[in-house]
Design a protein around this ligand. Structure first.
Ligand SMILES: Cc1cc2nc3c(=O)[nH]c(=O)nc-3n(C[C@H](O)[C@H](O)[C@H](O)COP(=O)(O)OP(=O)(O)OC[C@H]3O[C@@H](n4cnc5c(N)ncnc54)[C@H](O)[C@@H]3O)c2cc1C
Length: 335
């Protein structure tokens, strides 16, 4: 019998726990460690749409992987009916760079209406099947389901890992003075993985970059429309009917801190409501959220391992969909 630590409680860490529970892995004890204070989870600050984004099989290994991630996530939603996930239509449109856009979305059309959403001008759009998440509800569901199915004892620690000592059984030290020893340690630390370069071959973690993104959230809107998501020239407008919540964003910033680019947010808001014929909410009521994504080398998600210490990451813009595929591949191979 063995014990395992998962460091990280975002989509990836919790999905790993969920996968282990589903597979009934016979660990004696699993310890889930995370620190919202010292390592803010990107998962709680995500616009959280899962869509194929025009991907089709056979163009690149990464494209195939992302597409398979989408299909596995879809199967997960259909089979396990998680809370905090809704089926929606994702409308992808462009007003510039149309030649490239049409190569990705060949079956689109010029239109002045997306279902019952009026547009102010004719725009090329392509609709696709998608899922909308509420990160908090879904993360709670992953935790509850894991607890129901786990064969192992589960320990959940709110603490920050400050040191890892490589031994046959790796030792972890934490900010609250804990010294813990495990048979296996898995980091699912998002943007914070890259600080552990001493533990892994430098090539992957060294080239991993933080990419902050900010968006606006408006609550209690009274739009009488079903839930949907529109991406127009890279800007997103996401309406959740159930939560009466509108999201506008998101920026993609080349800095390494979490301060939002408020000018860019205002521009996104203006651009979207110049094209979409819906009554805009009062801009001043928008709440700004920022998350920091981890963009790995060539945007490729990674699984690294040495001496019973593993790193999973590089989710970048696919952190909602990929964990189901990634953690089941990883669990089969290493756990
Ligand atoms: C604005 C924005 C919009 C996005 N939109 C989408 C979208 O529409 N669809 C999509 O699929 N993805 C989207 N993403 C990306 C997605 O949110 C991320 O890829 C995903 O949240 C990453 O999840 P994660 O579990 O890998 O990392 P995180 O959620 O960042 O979790 C990392 C965890 O590790 C813990 N941790 C790290 N280091 C330590 C340590 N030393 N000690 C203890 N704990 C530690 C943290 O506390 C945290 O719990 C978006 C991201 C942003 C910012």
């Amino acid at each position: 019998m063995t014990n395992l630590a998962i460091i990280g409680s975002g989509f990836l860490g919790r999905t790993l726990l969920y996968t282990l529970a589903k597979e009934q892995k016979p660990y004696e004890k699993i310890t889930l460690i995370s620190s919202e204070t010292f390592a803010a989870p990107c998962s709680l600050n995500s616009t959280a749409i899962v869509a194929p984004r025009g991907l089709t099989q056979g163009h690149s290994p990464l494209g195939d992987y992302l597409l398979q991630g989408f299909l596995d996530f879809k199967t997960h939603v259909e089979k396990n009916v998680p809370s905090g996930i809704w089926n929606i239509t994702q409308f992808n449109g462009a007003t510039s760079g149309l030649d490239n856009f049409r190569r990705r979305y060949p079956a689109g059309d010029f239109t002045q209406r997306l279902g019952n959403i009026p547009l102010k001008k004719d725009i090329y759009f392509r609709a696709e099947e998608a899922f909308m998440l509420d990160p908090k509800i879904y993360l709670n569901w992953l935790m509850d389901e894991s607890q129901k199915n786990l064969k192992s004892e589960l320990e959940v620690l709110s603490d920050f890992v400050t040191e890892v000592i490589e031994e046959d059984r790796p030792v972890i030290k934490t900010q609250n003075g804990r010294t813990l020893q495990f048979d296996k340690v898995v980091f699912a630390g998002g943007n914070y993985n890259r600080f552990w370069m001493n533990l892994m071959p430098k090539s992957v973690l060294e080239s991993s970059k933080p990419v902050p993104g900010s968006y606006l959230v408006f609550y209690q809107l009274d739009w009488d429309l079903p839930s949907f998501s529109i991406t127009l020239d890279g800007d997103n407008l996401i309406w959740n009917k159930e939560l009466r919540r509108l999201i506008i964003g998101a920026t993609t910033e080349s800095v390494s801190h979490a301060l939002p680019d408020t000018n860019e947010l205002k521009e996104i808001f203006t651009r979207l409501f110049d094209a979409i014929d819906l009554t805009p909410p009062d801009y001043s009521k928008g709440i700004i959220k920022t998350g920091i994504r981890e963009k790995a080398r060539k945007r490729e998600p990674y699984t690294l391992g040495r001496n019973n210490i593993f790193f999973l990451g590089g989710m970048y813009k696919n952190g909602c969909s990929l964990p189901i595929k990634m953690t089941s591949d990883f669990s089969r191979q290493y756990l």
